[in-house]
Design a protein around this ligand. Structure first.
Ligand code: PSU
Ligand code: MN
Length: 308
């Protein structure tokens, strides 16, 4: 037994799937506890799991509870994470502390990748990743998600990065760190609420099979870094970029004025954007997460179907 396994609590259904080589898709919990308001957050968490199941894969939402890394949650766990106001946001640097203190913790993209790898789960679906923040020159605010993508061998399916971030700098960072960013049916980087940014991608695929082949090849080559799949929000739910960007600018100004720092920046901005759009951004966010769940499950299945 590996030493970290004493901290893993894997749900029976997930364990069964992993043991029998069935496709499993990991999900994060910061998006539940700090990314959306209650009760939309718990509805989202349940629906994402249902979508993954309906595509023939097994969902494994990850969180820190009672000194354990829980891989696969019950509906009751999801409700606790969605409702409690004492859930810590857990990134790589917080993981040991929150487990040792037996606190309640929601995992970010970075820590979900770490935990997924411990459980041998290769695919992970989320909404958007963290990145290089605007104003990086003075704050040095770069999400630990980017560093994690460079060192942990999990494929992350997202809808790009929000324009609360500096997208060109985020892409430069990923390039330096050797993270492949692959467009799923898009040749430009999607910007979360909108299908397009003006950043062209170097790599893109049209099918889940092509994507699965790339993941498999990377693995055979022994390249142990992460891979980022960017999947645009469905057309009918994408927002007008002028409209959402002016709201984002406004929210960033407010966060600077209020001295918001460190791990509080992203949740603060997400909350402000939901308020200022009167829920329009939330609707878009839900739509893109559901779409990512569908695509992520298909990719996990296609990977499983490869003759190895
Ligand atoms: N972006 C979103 N929604 C989210 C997050 C990012 O559109 O919920 C969450 C994810 O859990 C991500 C984290 O890993 O915020 C990044 O936080 P930070 O910028 O503090 O690294
Ligand atoms: Mn940060």
């Amino acid at each position: 037994m590996k030493s970290f396994e004493q901290f893993l609590e894997i749900k029976a259904e997930v364990k069964e799937a992993l043991e029998n080589n069935k496709p499993v898709v990991a999900l994060e919990s910061t998006i539940i506890s700090h990314g959306m308001p209650y009760p939309d957050n718990v509805k989202m968490a349940k629906k994402v799991e249902a979508i993954i199941k309906s595509e023939g894969a097994i969902p494994a939402t990850i969180a820190i509870m009672d000194g354990k890394i829980k891989i696969g949650l019950t509906d009751e766990d999801l409700e606790i994470l969605a409702k409690s106001n004492n859930v810590q946001k857990v990134s790589r640097r917080d993981l040991a502390n929150v487990i040792a203190n037996k606190s309640l913790g929601a995992t970010t993209v970075a820590s979900t990748m770490i935990c997924a790898q411990m459980a041998n789960i290769k695919f992970f679906v989320t909404g958007g990743i963290g990145g290089v923040h605007r104003g990086y020159e003075t704050t040095l605010d770069v999400s630990a998600d980017l560093e994690e993508l460079s060192r942990t061998d999990v494929t992350v399916i997202c809808a790009g990065a929000k324009a609360i971030l500096d997208l060109p700098k985020t892409m430069e960072y990923l390039e330096t760190k050797g993270v492949s960013v692959i467009g799923y049916q898009t040749e430009v980087l999607p910007a979360f609420y909108t299908r397009e940014s003006d950043i062209r991608l170097r790599h893109f695929v049209n099918t889940d099979k092509e994507l699965a082949e790339i993941v498999y090849t990377k693995e055979q080559l022994g390249l142990k870094n992460g891979l980022l799949v960017v999947n645009p929000i469905p057309k009918e739910d994408s927002l007008d970029s002028g409209y959402i960007n002016s709201i984002i600018d406004n929210a960033i100004n407010q966060s600077v004025q209020n001295g918001i720092k460190g791990k509080d920046v992203t949740p603060y901005l997400l909350k402000k954007i939901v308020e200022k759009t009167k829920g329009k951004s939330l609707k878009a966010n839900l739509s893109l997460v559901y779409n990512n769940a569908k695509v992520g499950a298909k990719i996990a299945k296609a990977y499983n179907d490869i003759e190895k």
